[in-house]
Design a binder for this molecule. Structure first.
Ligand code: NAP
Length: 486
């Protein structure tokens, strides 16, 4: 793949791509090389206002269409966006470090999500009630909330946007998107592709800039009726403080610290493969990454050995120049520093470094935020890696003898996003999956996110839900209509 000149991202307002009147931009730096690969404007308050107004205007006409017509137009737009997946994926690989093949697939998956919700939009059903009098009729309908602020993170910059865009568009909302400052290029290009693909100008607007400035200006705007955000728990709490007093609708997908319990009867090859996938893929920068493993004493050593074998086989490199590598660099220098600090803390407190724990060797890795997939054993509850979001390719192991004790340790966290269980026993599957405090429990698999099932963080991992047919209700107001006739 040829890396071209610096990519200039622009604001998307009313269907037009424009620079900010401020002239201020943020440079986007390649995590693989440290070179500037793009710029994105720092939107002004006036531009945020225009974006909301443009969405408000587009909302009137979009909400007035039939759900079937909206579905048709969304599917036409995704058909076009799929043709742009290579270019949007290339921008994602450049800014985020995710290998090109995975980035491109993320864009295609996002189109699938929009299509899933387009089909779901026509299935929003109200209902009628029996009433207290023959001359009364009562029915319930759902109507779109209006303009939505969609605020997204950098780890899956297009996919996590589609989880919000999909239901919002399908039920008739309009929106202003505020992507992460780390990865503004690919989500902006995706939104532009949807408008070029036939969505009305102004229906999807994008403003870029710092979350604490542009993001807060956006959610403080009185025209915004709903906020959907994915990001850290800390930011989620801040959004609650700022937007909560409006009593508008809000849904938050936040941090996680996901445990995996591996029982004595587990299929160890399968468990190792899934732990490698959920521990190392996207350099562990996923809210649903496996962050800590509790392995039964009888299979612990064999499982660690299998995982180390898989870790050694992973190909690491610049996923822009070789799109087929398994792992790229970490997205940010701060993220790499957190990983290094967590591993150092664990080792200082007695953990054993089985594999990784450093940058890969070689000239190719000197400039980027590279780090080897890392396995630790002898992890203790006091270690940072067992309590805080490492958000990197690190899998610490603890041994257990008693399954109930392991479940208690798994639940001993403020997070409650995803938990994993490996067993071949039916009764254990039922008992433990029901005891784990998490919005999603995956037994013998790692396919956490599917369009058809809800993704809802328990405890400090979220508020409301995304995905599944229920997600549309996060973007709808409920209305009871009661009629008396003579
Ligand atoms: P982040 O720092 O919380 O930022 C998320 C988004 O919020 C960014 O667009 C950010 O803008 C914006 N933002 C920050 N402060 C804001 C404010 N005061 N008002 C309005 N917007 C604000 O998270 P991140 O580092 O991008 O993403 C990693 C985190 O996301 C991890 O904690 C991870 O667990 C979580 N995550 C959760 C899920 C899930 O589904 N539960 C999925 C993926 C990731 P700037 O970039 O400009 O600061």
């Amino acid at each position: 793949m040829i890396v071209e000149t610096v990519h200039e991202t622009l604001l998307l307002i009313g269907g037009a791509s424009i620079p900010s009147a401020s002239g201020a931009v943020r440079e986007i730096v390649s995590p693989a090389t440290g070179e500037v690969v793009g710029t994105a404007p720092l939107a002004t308050a006036e531009e945020v206002d225009r974006a909301v107004e443009s969405a408000r205007t587009a909302f009137q006409a979009w909400a007035a269409l039939s759900a079937y017509e909206r579905a048709h137009r969304i599917q036409r737009a995704t058909t076009y966006a799929r043709t742009q997946a290579g270019e949007i994926g290339r921008l994602m690989a450049l800014e985020q470090g995710k290998p090109f093949d995975q980035s491109r697939k993320e864009v295609l998956g996002a189109c699938d999500t929009l299509d899933y919700f387009a089909a779901e939009g026509v299935r929003v059903e109200g209902y009628t009630n029996a009433t207290e009098h023959p001359a009364l009729r009562s029915w319930v309908v759902y109507q779109p909330v209006g303009v939505c602020a969609l605020i997204t993170p950098w780890n899956y910059p297009v996919s996590l946007l589609s989880w919000k865009l999909g239901p919002a568009l399908a039920v008739g909302c309009a929106m202003v998107v505020k992507p992460s400052s780390v990865t503004p290029m690919s989500p902006t290009a995706f939104c532009k592709g949807l408008i070029e693909g036939g969505l009305p100008a102004g229906l999807v607007n994008v403003v870029t800039g710092n979350g604490s400035v542009v993001g807060e200006t956006l959610i403080r705007h009185p025209g915004v009726k709903k906020v959907a955000m994915t990001g850290s728990t800390e930011t989620g709490k801040r959004l609650m403080e700022v937007f909560g007093p409006t009593l508008g609708k809000i849904s938050l997908e936040l941090g996680g610290h996901c445990p995996a319990l591996v029982c004595a009867d587990a299929d160890l090859d399968q468990a190792a493969q899934i732990i490698a996938y959920k521990g190392f893929r996207n350099m562990g920068q996923s809210c649903s990454s496996i962050n800590r493993v509790y392995a039964h004493r009888s299979i612990h050593d064999a499982l660690v050995e299998k995982l180390a074998g898989l870790a050694q086989d992973l190909r690491i490199g610049d996923g822009v120049t070789d799109g087929s590598v398994d792992l790229g660099p970490m997205a940010t220098a701060d993220g790499l520093a957190t990983v290094e600090a967590h591993v150092a803390d664990a080792v200082a407190r007695g953990a054993i470094l089985v594999y990784g724990g450093r940058k890969p060797e070689g000239e190719a890795y000197t400039r980027g935020h590279y780090y080897l997939p890392t396995i630790l054993t002898g992890a203790l509850p006091t270690m940072r890696v067992m309590r805080e979001e490492t958000f990197g390719p690190v899998v610490p192991f603890a041994v257990f003898d008693d399954l109930d004790d392991a479940v208690a340790q798994a639940n001993d966290t403020p997070y409650g996003l995803v938990a994993y269980l490996f067993t071949r026993d039916y009764a254990t599957t039922i008992r433990v999956s029901e005891a784990l405090e998490a919005g999603t429990v995956c037994v013998n698999n790692g396919a956490v996110n599917t369009n058809y099932a809800p993704y809802a963080g328990w405890k400090e991992s979220g508020y409301g839900l995304e995905l599944s047919r229920r997600a549309v209700f996060e973007y709808l107001n409920t209305k009871h209509i009661k009629v008396q006739f003579s």
